[in-house]
Design a protein around this ligand. Structure first.
Ligand code: 8QM
Length: 408
């Protein structure tokens, strides 16, 4: 890949001379997001030779037109039509109709709202168990790390349980997720470092995608049942299980981690939530808008396509900045304000269109149960020290979040 070749902006397209994947901008992207939105509806990033959009209307338009903005050439910076994918392509994420449709149909059935009513009780029990333990620490006056004690633990328990994965070795899912989400960006230090660690983990992941490793009746086994029914081949089944293991943990870990950060840094909002824990779902939703776990996705143009007056030539990479769209003042009044009573319908944290997050009902359930459980137990949630960031090319992630939780 020619990351070193700076390419001049096409005629009439504003240039945005930034590296969105630099440590500096990953650490604090919001100034660059504002510049991105102000530059125009579409801009050009010379360092990578890609188009970029950070306004809500255009991000939405890109996702709505899956025939012009395709996924099968990869949803990261790498163009799979020019270089081989770093792992066999996902059957759902890195696919277009009609292949995408087959995979999507199966996953949306497994992750349907009906399914979620079936797992709700066990997910709720686990949230209570975990937070009762946090309460014991809080009563002793201990500082609790919101990441290692809550945000990482909960999704790593409930989701793999639902998939039907054994308990042993689940921490591999975090390493794997870190690599997957770095791999949507450039081949920078972050990707190199996470790729070095991942070799043995990849073998473990693929092994655990096999039918005999999966509890019968779980989400994973249900994919094999779809293969039995002839909806996909038995060779494709482990690849669809891999999608659960790729997309189902690091996303919710950071969705929950970021939500805890939002609440700890907006005490008046937490007071509102504590007064009415029924707002947990709304609070999670607003934190997804305000501090989106998945920050960006690329698409590749399949043909010359116009976006807000700019003709983007076929074969171009387009960076859609979901998190910038989620704070676009054109869409959200007072976009920079975290307000759990806002109804942030139409936020882009789950994407939108045919590739919109297929697991979002599960993600919302996890967020609701954790935030609701905290709201009921604690009068206050405050930072007890400086949080640290875990930099990732795609995820907005915290490494640690020291919290002081005051029992109600
Ligand atoms: C991101 O492997 C996959 O199918 C896959 C990996 C990552 C994601 C989605 C799907 C969006 C959460």
């Amino acid at each position: 890949m020619t990351t070193d070749t700076v390419r001049a902006a096409p005629e009439g397209v504003p240039m945005l001379d930034v590296d969105p994947f630099s440590d500096e901008l990953l650490r604090d992207p919001y100034g660059y997001h504002a510049r991105l939105r102000e530059a125009g509806p579409v801009a050009w990033i010379p360092k990578y030779g890609v188009y970029v959009t950070g306004r809500h209307q255009q991000v939405r338009a890109v996702f709505a037109d899956h025939e012009s903005f395709i996924s099968s050439a990869g949803v990261g910076l790498a163009n799979f039509n020019k270089e081989p994918p770093f792992r066999p392509k996902s059957l759902i994420l890195e696919a277009d109709p009609p292949n995408h449709t087959r995979a999507r149909t199966i996953l949306s059935r497994i992750l349907s709202p009906r399914t979620v009513t079936q797992v709700r009780e066990s997910f709720a029990k686990e949230a209570d168990r975990l937070l009762d333990g946090v309460m014991v620490s809080a009563q002793r006056g201990e500082v609790v790390d919101g990441i290692s004690r809550i945000a990482e633990v909960y999704p790593l328990k409930v989701f793999p349980d639902a998939v039907g994965l054994e308990a042993q070795g689940r921490e591999n899912l975090l390493l794997y997720g870190d690599m997957i989400f770095n791999a949507f960006g450039p081949r920078n230090e972050l990707l190199t470092r996470s790729a070095q660690k991942v070799q043995p983990v990849t073998a473990w992941i693929m092994q655990h995608c096999q039918r005999e490793m999966l509890r019968s009746g779980g989400f994973g086994d249900q994919i094999y049942q779809a293969a039995d029914a002839g909806e996909i081949s038995h060779e494709e089944a482990p690849m669809l299980v891999r999608s659960f293991l790729s997309a189902g943990v690091d996303t919710t870990v950071n969705g929950i981690g970021n939500a805890l950060w939002c609440l700890a840094t907006h005490p008046e909002q937490y007071a509102t939530l504590h007064a009415d824990p029924g707002l947990a779902r709304a609070a999670f939703e607003e934190s997804l808008r305000y501090e989106s776990a998945v920050q960006t996705f690329f698409r590749t143009t399949s043909r010359d396509v116009e976006l807000a007056g700019v003709t983007i030539p076929a074969g171009s990479k387009v960076l859609a900045v979901l998190s910038a769209a989620n704070r676009d003042e054109r869409q959200w009044p007072d976009a920079g304000r975290f307000d759990i009573k806002r109804r942030p319908t139409g936020h882009m944290a789950f994407g939108s269109g045919i590739h919109g997050c297929v697991g979002q009902v599960v993600a919302r359930l996890e967020g609701e149960l954790i935030l609701g459980g905290i709201a009921r137990r604690f009068k206050r949630i405050e930072l007890a020290g400086e949080p640290t960031r875990r930099l990732n090319n795609t995820l907005r992630a915290l490494g640690s979040l020291p919290l002081r939780l005051t029992p109600a």
